[in-house]
Write a protein that binds this ligand. Structure first.
Ligand SMILES: Cc1cc2nc3c(=O)[nH]c(=O)nc-3n(C[C@H](O)[C@H](O)[C@H](O)COP(=O)(O)O)c2cc1C
Length: 181
């Protein structure tokens, strides 16, 4: 074992005895996970956002993403009833807000107001985008699957906002310029 030492691909390839393996926990074993903020709006107009790690691309034609929400989250009902959400990519300088939104529930107070989160209305869906996040992906829920602890909401991408400095003439986003969390 390479105890206390970072294991590199080269170590694994060239070590004389190969890489020793032992059984590990199954839970959340796929790493790294994305760290995004999902924003949403209830039918009564209330806005909220939560940190989400269970998410990913799930189709490029048509373009879709999925987000996994635990039913006890305050945001769950808002997404369920509105049928839409926004995935906001988060840069490192937004870490404090990310941590706060991921550790406080709207049930206990308006966390967006507490962190002075700047909101703008979505263009295509009735949910807020987080104005200080460099990329905002507006989605309509087309399906959902209860996988166990989470309900995976499949979102058809309706509109993508990106910091204009990062977008070329064809609409490609230069992700290398964003210091994502
Ligand atoms: C790094 C990180 C990842 C998280 N991933 C998820 C997730 O994928 N799904 C989920 O439902 N909650 C996730 N959470 C927890 C929620 O963000 C958290 O419970 C939040 O307070 C819920 O807010 P709400 O009750 O206002 O909706 C995550 C939290 C953190 C810090």
């Amino acid at each position: 074992m390479n105890q206390g030492k970072t294991v590199t691909a080269n170590d694994a390839l060239y070590s004389k005895n190969g890489m020793e393996k032992k059984q590990a926990k199954k839970k959340s074993s796929l790493q790294p996970t994305p760290q995004v903020l999902v924003s949403c709006r209830g039918l009564d107009g209330e806005d909220n956002a939560l940190a989400v790690g269970y998410c990913g691309n799930c189709s490029y034609d048509p373009p879709m993403v999925m987000v996994g929400i635990v039913p006890t989250r305050y945001s769950y009902r808002l997404i369920k009833e509105s049928g839409c959400f926004v995935v906001n990519l988060v840069s490192k300088d937004y870490r404090q807000t990310f941590d706060y939104l991921g550790s406080h529930s709207k049930r206990d107070g308006d966390k967006l107001a507490a962190m002075n989160v700047r909101l703008e209305d979505g263009k295509e869906v009735d949910a807020p985008i987080l104005a200080d996040c460099p990329v905002n992906i507006e989605c309509t829920v087309v399906d959902s699957i209860v996988t166990g602890s989470h309900e995976m909401f499949i979102g058809k991408i309706e509109y993508v906002h990106a910091d204009a400095r990062l977008v070329d003439a064809e609409g490609n986003i230069d992700f290398s310029q964003i210091a994502l969390l």
